[in-house]
Design a protein around this ligand. Structure first.
Ligand SMILES: Nc1ncnc2c1ncn2[C@@H]1O[C@H](COP(=O)(O)OP(=O)(O)OP(=O)(O)O)[C@@H](O)[C@H]1O
Ligand SMILES: [Zn+2]
Length: 607
């Protein structure tokens, strides 16, 4: 099949398309559709970037990919398949992260339009900045289940991707997770933390053992358990869970007894917790509910069925052993990264979450349901991707015709609204937020921290994490003193000095820039004695205009992006699923094969 579009569009558009050059970022669910549409519409010069390889789970909706392509570069295969529709198109494929020095401002400048088909904030923020710096119109797309969105981002004309604050991650108090879970999600978060404690990157904020500092337990928490003997499985919370597990050779029965027996006894001894709650029931390995279930109870798809506690314990044992073997096969100090698509990781979390749920009288869930909840996932819908990609290419045509004012955002609603609309366009473009710390003429932000404690190394992380910079350089305003340099080695000797030690005090301002992103921001330092780490204070935090009437409420579909009015859906797609939000940790190097960090990691606040 060869697409022929001559005569379909008016002369002006045909010519504009013929002279255009378009960059598509992401060759996943939406990216494949966009590429196909561009090729069929006669766009002659297209570049496509994707860092990933094709997974079997992509095949159900990323139709440019087939079974024989599994393991190959998404960008390259997308190119090859798209060329079969129109071999006359010039497509350049990059198997690469868009967040790479190779794609600087001058690279972006060569395009008339950039089209984002990404699945994470980090990459979206980055492309947003590159397009602002290069002054290239960006068509930003996203879907979340049946909902979707297409919007134009154009310097000086519209809001940028970072003009509005992002929805905070859903958080649960640490003591709910560790001591008093009451919903399945609490057990799922606990199970993911346990995975990290045993096999992943250990994080002290993800402790899974009973929390004796729980204010509700009021001081005498667990005194009886503490005074009790040091059990065979190790005293509760005296060693790190990992150390103890390694010493016991990850013996499933011993792990089970500690986690679901001893620790629960310990929690029971925190009597105040159970005065108004149903107390948990410790489990005994040899006597688990469901042991004598008839085989009929085990029929049906294992993913859709709720496993008995006995089955969960068996899956727990098998997955523990598989994960231990995986960990042992790695160089010392390496760790596993939880991945909902990795069988043992998902089995482990399903089993642990359900065993804990049973203990706390919380309804058990199927593996399928837990997978959705563990990744904050909703199904990825191929038709939503296709519709959004279609709208995106229509917007690309508007842009080429110079009709920027007509490029209002369009929202795909999950259901027809009271006016009978499935697509809801904005009436006008939304102007840039003058307080945006990215696209304002003089971007500014405050960094609240304790200058006596925050080191330069931590400042570097704060700028990277908080401001999504890749390689920040920072100099003291008015003095020109360079305190952070992106040149390796230049300021490393100061890494462990605190900001106070290098002479920075409350009210000082740093001029911070990221050469790669062509982005400069003034960072005011704000001394806060109580601040344990750091916090960005932006004026974006001021309330935004109320949602307009006929749009889905913010986050209505669980999307990640708190735009006023319709939410900006996020398309963190997965096999048959789509993640709404996660603390993205997309690799920024050039990986031939990535292993995405897909922890949705609800930020757990310690109470
Ligand atoms: N920094 C980046 N540079 C280039 N491509 C990226 C980057 N971050 C994400 N992507 C790509 O954006 C695409 C998003 O598409 P989509 O949401 O459909 O993902 P996907 O194909 O479902 O991936 P998976 O199911 O493996 O998570 C993915 O192919 C992903 O590899
Ligand atoms: Zn902005």
């Amino acid at each position: 099949m060869v697409a022929r579009v001559a005569g379909v569009f008016d002369e002006k558009l045909t010519e504009a398309i013929a002279n255009s050059k378009v960059l598509v970022v992401g060759a996943g669910g939406i990216g494949c559709e966009i590429l196909k549409n561009l090729v069929l519409t006669g766009f002659p010069n297209i570049e496509i970037i994707d860092l990933d390889t094709i997974d079997v789970s992509n095949l159900n909706r990323q139709f440019l990919f087939h079974k024989e392509h599994v393991g190959k570069s998404k960008a390259q295969v997308a190119k090859d398949s798209a060329l079969s529709f129109n071999p006359n198109v010039n497509i350049i494929a990059h198997h690469d992260s868009v967040i790479s020095n190779d794609y600087g401002v001058s690279y972006f400048k060569q395009f008339n339009i950039v089209m984002n088909a990404l699945d994470n904030r980090v990459a979206r923020n980055h492309v947003n900045r590159m397009c602002l710096a290069a002054d290239v119109p960006l068509v930003e797309t996203g879907t979340a289940g049946y909902a979707g969105q297409v919007e134009l981002i154009k310097k000086g004309l519209t809001q940028c991707y970072e003009c509005l604050p992002k929805a905070p991650q859903k958080s649960f108090p640490g003591c709910t997770i560790r001591n008093t879970p009451s919903e399945p999600i609490h057990c799922i978060v606990w199970a993911k933390h346990l995975f990290n404690q045993l096999f992943g990157e250990e994080d002290p904020d993800q402790d899974v053992s009973p929390d004796t500092a729980d204010p509700e337990a009021a001081g005498d928490a667990g005194s009886s358990a503490l005074s009790a003997k040091e059990s065979e499985t190790g005293n509760v919370e005296r060693k790190s869970t990992r150390t103890w597990a390694a010493e016991t050779n990850y013996e499933p029965e011993k792990l089970f007894t500690k986690l679901f027996g001893d620790d629960i006894h310990y929690l029971l001894s925190m009597e105040n917790l159970w005065k108004k709650r149903r107390p948990p029931t410790p489990l005994v390995w040899d006597n688990l509910p469901g042991k004598d279930d008839s085989p009929a109870k085990h029929s049906g798809l294992p993913d859709q069925r709720v496993w008995s506690v006995h089955e969960c314990a068996q899956v727990f044992a098998a997955s523990c052993k598989a994960l231990e073997a995986d960990l042992k096969g790695r160089p010392s100090g390496d760790h596993l990264v939880w991945d909902k698509d990795e069988k043992s990781s998902m089995d482990f979390v399903t089993a642990c979450a359900n065993i804990r749920a049973h203990i706390f009288n919380i309804p058990l869930k199927s593996r399928f349901e837990i997978k959705s909840m563990a990744g904050n996932i909703i199904p990825a819908i191929a038709t939503a991707n296709a519709i959004v990609a279609g709208l995106a290419v229509l917007r690309a045509q508007n842009i080429l015709k110079g009709e920027l004012e007509a490029c209002t955002s369009v929202y795909l609603r999950p259901k027809v609204n009271h006016r009978g609309q499935l697509f809801v366009p904005e009436r006008t473009l939304t102007a840039p937020n003058p307080k945006c710390y990215v696209c304002a003429p003089k971007p500014e932000v405050a960094l609240a921290c304790n200058l006596k404690h925050l080191t330069l190394k931590e400042l570097n992380s704060a700028l990277k994490e908080g401001l999504n910079m890749q390689a920040p350089d920072a100099a003291v305003e008015g003095k020109g003193l360079v305190v952070l340099s992106s040149e390796p080695g230049e300021t490393d000797h100061n890494n462990d000095k605190t900001l106070e030690e290098i002479g920075l005090n409350d009210g000082c301002a740093l001029l911070v820039d990221d050469f790669l992103q062509n982005y400069e921001v003034r960072v005011r330092l704000q001394q806060e004695d109580e601040e344990k780490s750091w916090r960005l204070v932006t004026e974006l935090d001021t309330p935004m205009p109320a949602p307009k009437e006929d749009k889905p409420a913010n986050g209505a579909n669980g999307s990640n992006d708190p735009k006023p009015g319709p939410s900006r859906p996020k398309d963190d797609s997965d096999s048959d699923m789509e993640i709404i939000e996660e603390d993205e940790g997309v690799e920024t190097v050039k990986p031939p094969k990535r292993r995405r960090v897909e922890m949705s990691d609800e930020i757990v606040e310690l109470c």
